[in-house]
Design a protein around this ligand. Structure first.
Ligand SMILES: NC(=O)c1ccc[n+]([C@@H]2O[C@H](COP(=O)([O-])OP(=O)(O)OC[C@H]3O[C@@H](n4cnc5c(N)ncnc54)[C@H](OP(=O)(O)O)[C@@H]3O)[C@@H](O)[C@H]2O)c1
Length: 333
């Protein structure tokens, strides 16, 4: 689909599709869920909606504990039976992510993981963790958490006898990403994207980081048995949240086209609780949809494998080949 067609389809669905909560009989009774980026926006609304489905325990993974406590109080008021915990998670810090994952290994169960935290900037910035910020927060950190939390998800499947769930918040903007930074046959992808020269001011890098989410998740799903864990991706639509704070154009247009964060969260909760057939798939408008032509192309397949290999090598370097979690986890099939 060309960029124009993608953009027209975004407008069409924003104006005509009405996000709905999953049917009330879809429950998460007694389950434990982690939602990243859950102090505001889509993550907060999704966490609240999951709590209302009967969760026993909800972990709000947030970078600012005091903001997380405010979110916890709001969710608790409506869901007094759900045990809500606020855990610190900064996706700009390798140490924070490692500590978070270490703590998660001690959970008696983890049924649902919603990797939702993300950011958008229009200018180049470098994360304190070392990489261009979208590459760090949206791609590398999401990828690391998706690996480090595999063990508790799998352990839970062995107890419950049904697959645990991992949903990654994607975006249809991945379909319009400029792919030159990830298709050069000779240049390594991540160092190329870290180089400020490769950054075009505007939304391009955000779109590309969401494409990396899709490529990573599709490859990860190949290495995981859907009987143990269903991994999918969800486009929540264009939603009003704090997300567009540095993008006044998107914020202004969103007033006419945007859904509320509550509506967007219906899609995330739908992806996390329903669609058992969606392992490795991309959901949008509450159904499995095709990914972009690029992702399906031979060039996209090569990029997917290269992203996987480079990301894995980088993450192993960062957390250490001997990291207790990586060492002890049966990472892949
Ligand atoms: N809104 C949309 O139109 C839209 C459309 C498609 C996809 N998405 C995706 O939906 C997800 C949620 O977006 P949103 O609309 O809810 O945006 P939001 O209101 O800005 O919330 C983003 C969340 O991510 C957290 N976060 C950002 N950087 C982080 C970091 N370094 N470490 C840990 N947490 C971090 C934020 O924490 P702080 O509050 O501390 O900053 C916040 O909790 C993102 O992945 C985004 O790409 C959004």
């Amino acid at each position: 689909m060309s960029s124009t067609l993608t953009f027209l389809s975004v407008i069409w669905y924003q104006l005509t599709f009405n996000p709905k909560p999953p049917p009330p009989e879809i429950k998460a009774e007694g389950e434990t869920a982690i939602v990243t980026g859950s102090n505001v926006g889509l993550g907060f609304e999704a966490a609240k909606q999951l709590a209302s489905r009967g969760l026993a325990r909800l972990i709000l993974a947030v970078r600012d504990i005091s903001k997380g406590e405010v979110a916890k109080a709001a969710i608790s008021r409506e869901n007094p039976k759900c045990q809500i915990e606020v855990w610190q998670l900064d996706q700009d810090s390798w140490d924070s992510m490692s500590a978070f994952a270490r703590k998660a290994q001690s959970l008696d169960r983890l049924d649902i993981l919603l990797l939702n935290a993300g950011m958008k900037r229009l200018e180049y910035t470098r994360s304190p963790a070392g990489h261009e910020t979208h590459i760090q927060v949206n791609h590398l950190s999401t990828a690391l958490l998706s690996l480090l939390l595999l063990a508790p998800l799998r352990k839970t499947a062995a107890i419950t006898g049904k697959p645990s769930r991992m949903t990654i918040t994607a975006s249809i903007l991945a379909f319009i990403a400029a792919v030159d930074g990830i298709t050069h046959p000779k240049a390594e992808i991540i160092p190329t994207l870290d180089d400020p020269v490769s950054f075009k001011p505007g939304v391009d890098r955000y779109c590309l980081s969401k494409l990396l989410n899709i490529l990573w998740t599709r490859e990860l799903a190949k290495h995981v048995d859907a009987k143990e864990l269903v991994i999918n991706m969800c486009n929540p639509g264009w939603c009003m949240s704090e997300f567009h704070r540095e993008d006044p154009g998107a914020a202004a247009a969103g007033k006419y086209l945007g859904w509320s964060s509550e509506q967007g969260a219906h899609l995330l909760v739908d992806a996390a609780l329903q669609h058992p057939e969606s392992h490795g798939e991309y959901l949008s408008e509450q159904r499995v949809r095709s990914v972009s032509g690029f992702v399906l192309s031979a060039q996209g397949q090569v990029a997917q494998k290269r992203i996987w290999d480079e990301t894995l090598a980088l993450l192993r370097e960062v957390v250490g080949q001997d990291h207790p979690i990586i060492r002890s986890d049966r990472l892949f099939l």
